[in-house]
Structures are given as C-alpha cells and as structure tokens.
Design a binder for this molecule. Sequence first.
Ligand code: C2E
Ligand code: CA
Ligand code: CA
Ligand code: CA
Length: 276
Amino acid sequence: SAKRAAGSFAWYSEAQEAARLDHLSLVSDLRVAVAQSQLQMWLQPKLSLRDGRPVGAEALVRWAHPERGMVSPADFVPFAEQTGYITLVTDWMLAEALRTLQTWQRSHPDLSIAVNLSTRDLQDPGFAPRLAQRVAASGVDPQRLRLEITESGLMDDPAKSVALLHALRAAGMPLSIDDFGTGYSSLAYLQKLPVSELKIDRSFVDGLDAAPATQRLVKAMIEMGHGLNLMVTAEGVETPAERDTLKALGCDVMQGYLGSRPLHGEKLDAWLLSST
Ligand code: C2E
Ligand code: CA
Ligand code: CA
Ligand code: CA
C-alpha cells in the first residue's frame, strides 16, 4: 500500500495499525460531531488555596458519540491536532464558553472560564483578531475568558506563537501556561511571554506529600512563578494531603478531583448554586 511504501508505518503492528485507522475514522466524524452538536463542554472548578473559594473553571471537551458513547479527549484530541480538525473543536469550545459567561454575567460575575488552545490555533495569524471580535460581539469582559497554552505547543514555532500571545493579551484575554514542567521552556523564555498563570502538571502533584524531592522541585516552580508575577495553579489534586502540602509550599490555586471532577448539566448547576 501507499502507506507501507512510504515506509514510516512499516514498523506498526497490525493491532497498532488497526487502532490508528480506528482513530482516523473517529476523527473524520468530528466535522459531523460539530455540525450535529455532539460535543459537550464540561467544566472543572478551580479553587483558591487561600480560602477554598472558586476562582473559575477549566473547559474540557467531551464527545457524546452516537455509537461509541462518551469519548474522552485523550482519544481524539491528539488525532484532531494532526489532521487540523482541532480548530473546529477550539472554535466550538470558545463559542460555548462565551455563551456560558454571558449567562453568568449576573449570577457569577467573578468566575472565569479557561479554554485550551492547540498548537494549530497558535499557528493561525487570523486567530487572535477573530477571537477578539467574537469576544467584543458577545459583550463578555475578555478578562473572564482565559486561554491555556501548553509548554510544548509554544515551543513548536516560538516566534509565531509569541506574537499571537501578545495579540491575544492585547485584546484583554489572560493567558496560562498549561502542563508546566513537562516541556523545555527556559526561564528567559517564560519571562518574555505575556502570561499570568502557571499550571503545574499533575505528574508533580501525584503523591507530593510523601515525596520530599518533588516538594523541593514544586517549591522552586512556585517561587519561580511568583518571581515572574504569575498565579500558580496545581493540577490533579486528589487528596487532602496533596492540597495541604501545596498550600504550605505557597501555591495559589488548586484544580483536581478533590475539589471537583469536571461537571456538566445538573451537577454543574448544583456546583454553581453552592459556590455563591
Ligand atoms: P489538560 O488540559 O491537562 O486537562 C486536565 C485533565 O486532567 C482533564 O482530563 C481532567 O479531567 C483531568 N483531571 C482533572 N483533575 C484530575 C485529578 O485529580 N486526577 C486525574 N488523574 N486527572 C484529573 P481530560 O478532560 O480527559 O482532558 C485530557 C486532555 O485533553 C487535556 O489535558 C487537554 O490537553 C486535552 N483537552 C481537553 N479538552 C480540550 C479542548 O477543548 N481543546 C484542546 N485543544 N484540548 C483539550
Ligand atoms: Ca488545560
Ligand atoms: Ca494540564
Ligand atoms: Ca494521585
């Protein structure tokens, strides 16, 4: 086949090849998914470690597939990034986040929503002006729409990404570095980015209370973040011991199953009610 002739897939086992083709067929359904409203925006609360109060939520996509049931982003986001369809997901999530922020305008004016951007979005020079226009048209305060960018996504084409981040920041949206600690960004580089939040990857949080060496590492990350005037958020907090350790190390915000799993529908409504 053409694929084998290209050589790059020759080392795939049959099972891997089947899984890859399965993912590709899933991703080709993505256009239909967007058109037929099969996507859902779930929200995971972010809580202040100072007083436990909610500061906002991260928007996480879910795909209610007619045959496969609820598909997790881990099973389609990487492939959607390869094919470029991820930009459809981003656009849909941004629209959904803006719509939700509009409905919160009266009831929850202090809560922000953070949307994940992909590497593809960062490479599109039209992305920032288009988003700025959409936010302006929605009447939502741009400060309430936070945008998350992964460390590795930024490193793809740093010059281009940095220009885009400045344009987004100039339009009033706050920016976050996601999965911090898993990429290779240098201090000097981070200092140049117009970001206001650093999200420590959950691999550093898991079992933190019982791992003194990781505590020293996380403490250094938090101090570095504060040195750059950034709010520091820990991801994947699952236990009270992890939370207490993070708080003692000076971390500002927590996100994780301990606070709440990502929520949708009635559970989200209940959380919103209890948070005010
Ligand atoms: P992420 O941006 O790092 O999002 C956090 C992930 O950690 C979410 O997984 C969340 O459900 C999970 N999580 C939260 N708290 C805990 C915890 O206490 N323990 C554990 N073990 N996990 C926790 P999810 O929703 O499956 O998303 C996975 C990844 O898919 C995200 O990682 C993000 O990279 C990507 N993703 C999700 N939604 C979108 C989207 O709308 N656009 C793009 N481009 N990527 C998305
Ligand atoms: Ca994220
Ligand atoms: Ca993350
Ligand atoms: Ca854990």
